[in-house]
Design a binder for this molecule. Structure first.
Ligand code: HEC
Ligand code: HEC
Length: 365
């Protein structure tokens, strides 16, 4: 074949490039349209969300009156109601908090497309820390203090962040949680995901009849400082023993969590599926938050049974187990943590089998 003239060659290369770019653009447009279509369709709620949203009387209408507030105080203000689109956003937001990775969805790729793509690891769900699908209550129906309530957090929507000192709107505080706690990638501030969770948090605040700008005890963490203990320091060995006694039956002897039939029963507190080294939830990064979470929220059903010192010791122990590095720690720290996560579980198991051969059959993850 006669070779093409140099000018033609250039034109052909250019045409190819333009063709590829147009192809990519067409794919992006098609994906975008598909998502827009999904947002128009009815939402399949998780059982937890179906129960919660019906208890709080979510439906489209011109006005909203909270059944929860009515039942508790005999009166409730009339608030602005919700459109069909609002209702779907609130429902999707609830599903995201309850089941971030779509383990309860019929088609996770379709129903949680707007959440799972931002999370690494297979365990994380917002509900693991923001418990009770964002508004944990005690057996008596009172809000649980120090339970990271999303409702109480929304009424303080634009709050000074105590660590960065910056005024962070609710959207940015959500984004921060993806990096800090969920060990994933950061969604865009205008992402559907952020909007849906904001809509859900706002609805929760209306359902619980919270007042905008008020500080409630269930917002954030009831932190446990070193000075609130006997000041004898945080004890790794004591923490390890307490963890085996109080926590291992659910979270596993090495904190790697419990998964049955692909469903996370108890999330990992260490290892590749847990929050990362730079998560605020991690003791070594901010030493007051994990103990605060444990003291107020764990073990489920026995909340408040551990002393401040217990919670600090356990927190100190957990934070020393291997887990993914934070995204600001660089490749060396990441490599080291990957190595430790691979080597440690087997090493610990074999040492235990050697020390206590009769019990080695029990040693799982
Ligand atoms: C491993 C535990 C954990 C997970 C999982 C988690 N969070 Fe958080 N979240 C925290 C902690 C800890 C804070 C900071 C609390 C503080 O500083 O008092 C926080 C703070 C927040 C805040 C700001 C709250 C406030 O009052 O300042 C929002 C909003 C939030 N998270 C949303 C989410 C969303 C949405 C998800 C799921 C994608 C999620 N979080 C998953 C632990 C977690
Ligand atoms: C009866 C089982 C059970 C016991 C015992 C238990 N947990 Fe949990 N833990 C859970 C469940 C379930 C969750 C997820 C929250 C939810 O779904 O409500 C959780 C969540 C957590 C989380 C945050 C979630 C995450 O992604 O890491 C931490 C930290 C934690 N537990 C620590 C502890 C500690 C420390 C103890 C011991 C003092 C303990 N747990 C005892 C069941 C348990």
């Amino acid at each position: 074949m006669k070779p093409l003239a140099p000018g033609w060659k250039k034109a052909a290369r250019l045409a190819l490039l333009v063709g590829v770019l147009l192809g990519l653009y067409a794919v992006a447009v098609a994906r975008h349209d598909e998502r827009a279509r999904i947002r128009q369709q009815p939402v399949r709620l998780t059982p937890g969300c179906a129960e919660k949203l019906s208890r709080y009387g979510l439906e489209a209408g011109r006005h909203y009156v909270s059944p929860y507030a009515l039942a508790r105080t005999g009166q409730a203000g009339v608030r602005q109601g919700y459109s069909d689109e609002d209702v779907r956003a609130i429902q999707r937001g609830c599903n995201i908090i309850d089941d971030l990775q779509g383990q309860q969805a019929a088609d996770p790729a379709r129903e949680r497309w707007n959440a799972a793509r931002f999370v690494r690891g297979t365990h994380t769900s917002c509900d693991h820390c923001h418990q009770g699908i964002g508004d944990k209550q005690t057996a008596a129906g009172e809000p649980q203090s120090g339970s990271l309530s999303l409702a109480a957090s929304w009424v303080m929507a634009d709050m000074y962040d105590q660590f960065t000192g910056i005024l962070l709107p609710y959207e940015l505080r959500q984004m921060q949680c993806y990096i800090n706690s969920s060990n994933g990638y950061k969604p865009n501030v205008a992402d559907d995901l952020i909007r849906d969770v904001t809509a859900y948090s706002r609805f929760l605040a209306a359902a619980l009849d919270l007042r905008f700008g008020n500080r409630y005890a269930e917002q954030g963490i009831d932190e446990v400082t070193a000075s609130s203990t006997l000041k004898r320091g945080d004890d790794y060995v004591r923490g390890a023993a307490l963890f085996q006694e109080k926590c291992a039956r659910c979270h596993g002897p090495q904190g790697l969590g419990t998964v049955v039939d692909g469903r996370v029963l108890f999330p990992a507190v260490a290892g590749p599926n847990a929050f990362n080294l730079q998560s605020r939830n991690n003791f070594s990064f901010v030493s007051t938050i994990l103990p605060g979470f444990i003291c107020r929220n764990m073990p489920p059903g026995e909340e408040g049974t551990l002393s401040s010192q217990d919670c600090r010791d356990i927190g100190f122990y957990i934070s020393n187990l291997p887990r993914p590095a934070g995204d600001k720690q660089g490749p060396l720290a990441a490599l080291w943590q990957q190595l430790m996560m691979r080597v440690m579980p087997t090493l610990v198991r074999s040492v235990e089998a050697w020390q206590r051969p009769q019990e080695s059959g029990r040693a799982g993850t």
